[in-house]
Each structure stands twice: as structure tokens, then as C-alpha cells.
Design a protein around this ligand. Structure first.
Ligand code: ZN
Length: 352
């Protein structure tokens, strides 16, 4: 039997020190100042027999407990509980300093340094595939990217347009993507309607830079760039697609739903190096699994889907990492799971 050495292509290890003080709202400041508050609320909910509320609050507690860890190593140790010891993880830093939510205690340079020492850790380093977080608006972004790749051995680039820039921002088009091609590095871009956003931007503005369509100029200009649109368009679009279907008289309907749009681009092989991952989206397991299986029945889509989870964002969800990855493996069967968790990630990373 084939040996499946899982690559989870999408996890995070950043901590509270890397997030803006007031993100996403001042409520966070209160929760951080009084960490017992949520526990207290949960006890209240339990005492009142409000099972669902108690359960929700328990997950929020878990999420904050993970984010509050003092080091990326401590966060990383948590995800290791859920996977076989041979598993490797693409760790994606996030530069949240330019999103307008206030200053961060430890900047992206410090975040990269800490991730580099995690990747050199004698116990866990071999399981870490470090990426660099790139915000094209940041001064000296290319110098930092070169340092990450040339000095620290980082293996790819993460961008997050929702924080306030287009994926075809001139710095990305003129410098970052050509550099990635030159060094054979893959790119991961956040592609769902949720997540961190540019402060002051309307949802429509956030979506305009995050949509699959916003990435098409990049895919056209750099057909050899291995670009992954994370989250397969996001769980909101998966839900909408399953709930509402598609209006047959509206030619743009399939364009507007990001999961349908990505599936279409992959089926048609419009761009030969476009990938997508199923992180977070697959945590709505019962609802989304049948559609995922249907997608993966198509030979072109099967080649381009990456296994990823979005740890530790998923601590807010009902199912654990282990529960989801085991259910996924069971539902897909060994061959298909091997394809998305072993074969495709290696090709995307440039290892195959
Ligand atoms: Zn993520």
C-alpha cells in the first residue's frame, strides 16, 4: 500500500502578540483584559442548561487559549496532537500591521524570526514548512522576503488581499511574483468572504480584492506561478451554493459564487498552475463533504485540491482537527486522500 505522509498546507501559529490590539473590536480588549469572562459566561450557560451556548463559549475559550500561548512553538505543539508524526505543516504568518486596526506588539520581522527558529527546532522543525507573510504596502517588503528565503530557508509566500490591497498590486506584480518564479516558490492567497479585513472597508470592497476574479490578472501574467486560492472560495459560498443553487437565467450567477467559479476554472484548466485548498470550509463536514466528493470526481479538480485545515482558526468549530481529518480520509478513501494530502501538496510546493 502507498505510504501517505500528510502535508497540511494551511495552518497558523501566530499569537496575540502578532495581532493588533483592537482587532476585530474593542470587545477583544475587554476579553483579553478579563480572560475569565468567557469562562464565567460559560458556567452561567451550563447552570441554565443552555447547552448550545455553553458549547459555543467553550470553543471560543479554546480559540483564545491557543492564541494566547506565549510562543509559536507552543501553538504548533497543539496541532501536533491531531496528526501522525510524519505530517508536515505549511505555517502561514500574517502581517496585520497595515490593516488599520492599530499596532501589533511584535511585527512581521519578529514573527518570521520566531517561525524560523521553530523550523530549526530539534524536536518539531522537520515538520514545519515556513512561508513568508507579504504585504506589498509595507516598506522594505522585498528585502524581508529575500531575507526569509535566502537566509532563513522559507518555502513560499502568503498574501492576504482582504487586509487592503489587490493581488495585482504593482509591488507583487513587478517584484514578488517574479521572485517566486525565480526561486520556484508557491503562493497562497486568502480567498473567502470571512477573515481579517481592511478597517473602514465595506464588505463589497473587501470582496472585490479577494474574489477569484481579482486573481485572474496574476494568473494571466504568470501562468507558471503555482497559486493556491485558499478555502475553495470559503464556507459562506459553499453554503450559498448548496442552499440557493444557481439561477439558470442569470449568466453571471456562477461567476458570483466563488466556489463555483474556482471549480469552473479548475475544470476548464483555464490556468494550469491554479490550486485551491479546503481549509476551514471542510469543518462544516456533514454539509460540505458530498459536494467536495463530487468536485474531486472530476480528474482536473482532483489534481489541484490541497489538504489544509486552517488550524487554529478551526478551534471555533465543533469538530477537532483529528475528527475532521479522519472523517475526510474515511469519506474520500485512501487513493483520493493520498492525492490531496500527499501528491498535490508536493507538486504545489515544488518538491515533486
Ligand atoms: Zn488561514
Amino acid at each position: 500500500m502507498q505510504e501517505t505522509e500528510i502535508v497540511n498546507c494551511h495552518v497558523h501559529t501566530f499569537t496575540t502578540a502578532h495581532t493588533p490590539r483592537c482587532f476585530p473590536s474593542v470587545l477583544v480588549v475587554v476579553v483579553r483584559a478579563f480572560p475569565g469572562l468567557i469562562t464565567l459566561l460559560r458556567w452561567g450557560a451550563e447552570a441554565l442548561g443552555r447547552e448550545r451556548s455553553a458549547d459555543y463559549l467553550r470553543r471560543i475559550e479554546l480559540f483564545h487559549r491557543t492564541g494566547k500561548r506565549r510562543s509559536q512553538r507552543a501553538v504548533f505543539r497543539e496541532v501536533l496532537h491531531h496528526y501522525p508524526r510524519t505530517t508536515r505543516f505549511v505555517v502561514l504568518p500574517l502581517d496585520m500591521s497595515e490593516a488599520g486596526h492599530g499596532p501589533v506588539a511584535r511585527d512581521i520581522v519578529a514573527q518570521h524570526d520566531e517561525l524560523a527558529s521553530l523550523a530549526a527546532d530539534p524536536d518539531y522543525g522537520a515538520q514545519v514548512i515556513p512561508f513568508a507573510g507579504v504585504d506589498p504596502r509595507r516598506a522594505g517588503v522585498m528585502d524581508e522576503l529575500r531575507r526569509c528565503v535566502d537566509d532563513l530557508g522559507f518555502r513560499g509566500v502568503k498574501i492576504y488581499p482582504r487586509m487592503g490591497f489587490r493581488p495585482d498590486h504593482p509591488v507583487l506584480m513587478d517584484e514578488v511574483y517574479p521572485f517566486c518564479l525565480d526561486r520556484n516558490l508557491p503562493v497562497m492567497s486568502h480567498c473567502s468572504r470571512g477573515g481579517v479585513w481592511r478597517k473602514g472597508w465595506l464588505p463589497s470592497q473587501q470582496d472585490a480584492v479577494t474574489a477569484p476574479q481579482a486573481h485572474e490578472p496574476v494568473l494571466r501574467a504568470f501562468p507558471d506561478l503555482r497559486l493556491c486560492l485558499a478555502h475553495f472560495g470559503g464556507d459562506r459560498d459553499w453554503r450559498a451554493h448548496l442552499r440557493d443553487g444557481v439561477d439558470p437565467d442569470d449568466p453571471d450567477a456562477r461567476e458570483r459564487n466563488w466556489s463555483a467559479k474556482i471549480a469552473r476554472l479548475l475544470k476548464d484548466r483555464t490556468y494550469s498552475n491554479l490550486y485551491t485548498d479546503i481549509s476551514y470550509t471542510i469543518f462544516r463536514f456533514a454539509d460540505h463533504m458530498p459536494l467536495l466528493r463530487l468536485h474531486l470526481a472530476h480528474p482536473h479538480i482532483r489534481e489541484r485540491v490541497l489538504f489544509g485545515s486552517d488550524f487554529y482558526m478551526t478551534r471555533q468549530e465543533e469538530l477537532s482537527e483529528k475528527a475532521v481529518s479522519i472523517r475526510l480520509r474515511d469519506a474520500l478513501g485512501e487513493d483520493l486522500f493520498h492525492q490531496i494530502a500527499h501528491v498535490n501538496p508536493r507538486r504545489w510546493l515544488g518538491e515533486a
